[in-house]
Design a protein around this ligand. Structure first.
Ligand SMILES: [Fe+2]
Ligand SMILES: [Fe+2]
Length: 200
């Protein structure tokens, strides 16, 4: 796989890891099953990660999408690529709005949890649908319609992403989220291996 495609694919995997680990807390709160809000420090880190990740990921995708639109004759695919680019604008606006809520406080000096959690949940749903669309229609076209030289030149222009959460050096502000994800995944894999040994 070309480096640039591998990087984009890895970005999608990492985004899904974050959303999956927080999903349970967020959904239980939204469905009124618990009055306990999800850990806002974790949500804040997830939002911050999304803002920073998309600053690299979306412009790189836009460069590829604009070139693909010129090279593809299929109107349905062209339309799909335009839709993907519109989704980038919507996702960027939504996540920046949510990030903004963390610097506002109500009369009691609290951040507006009642706004943050539903908006974060809306963002996650949009993001997951977006990733699915890209994985299905966009990414498979990259290696078909770009030469290795072209992809290397694009990769060189954007450089390699230094991942503040999953990279070699997790930044301090992302360490609690990193620990939370790893603990969640360890618990999930323990549950799955337990299920393998259940004899009916
Ligand atoms: Fe995208
Ligand atoms: Fe993407």
């Amino acid at each position: 796989m070309e480096k640039v495609v591998a990087q984009l694919t890895l970005d999608h995997v990492q985004i899904k890891r974050i959303t999956k680990s927080l999903e349970h807390q967020v959904e239980r709160y939204l469905q009124g099953e618990t009055a306990d809000a999800p850990d806002l420090n974790l949500i804040r880190a997830a939002v911050e990660y999304a803002v920073r990740s998309d600053q690299y990921h979306h412009p790189l995708e836009e460069t590829l999408l604009l070139k693909l639109e010129e090279r593809i004759a299929d109107h349905e695919l062209q339309h799909m690529f335009i839709t993907i680019r519109q989704q980038h604008v919507e996702l960027d606006n939504l996540i920046k709005n949510i990030a903004g809520y963390f610097s506002t406080t109500d009369a009691r000096g609290l951040v507006p949890t009642g706004k943050i959690i539903p908006e974060y949940s809306k963002y996650v749903a949009m993001q997951l649908e977006h990733l699915e669309t890209e994985d299905t229609y966009f990414y498979p076209m990259i290696e078909q319609l770009f030469s290795s030289d072209e992809l290397e030149a694009i990769q060189a222009r954007f450089g390699l992403r230094d991942d503040p959460l999953f990279g070699a050096n997790t930044e301090d502000s992302f360490k609690p989220l990193c620990d939370f994800i790893l603990a969640y995944e360890a618990q999930e894999s323990a549950v799955q291996s337990d299920q393998l040994f259940v004899v009916e």
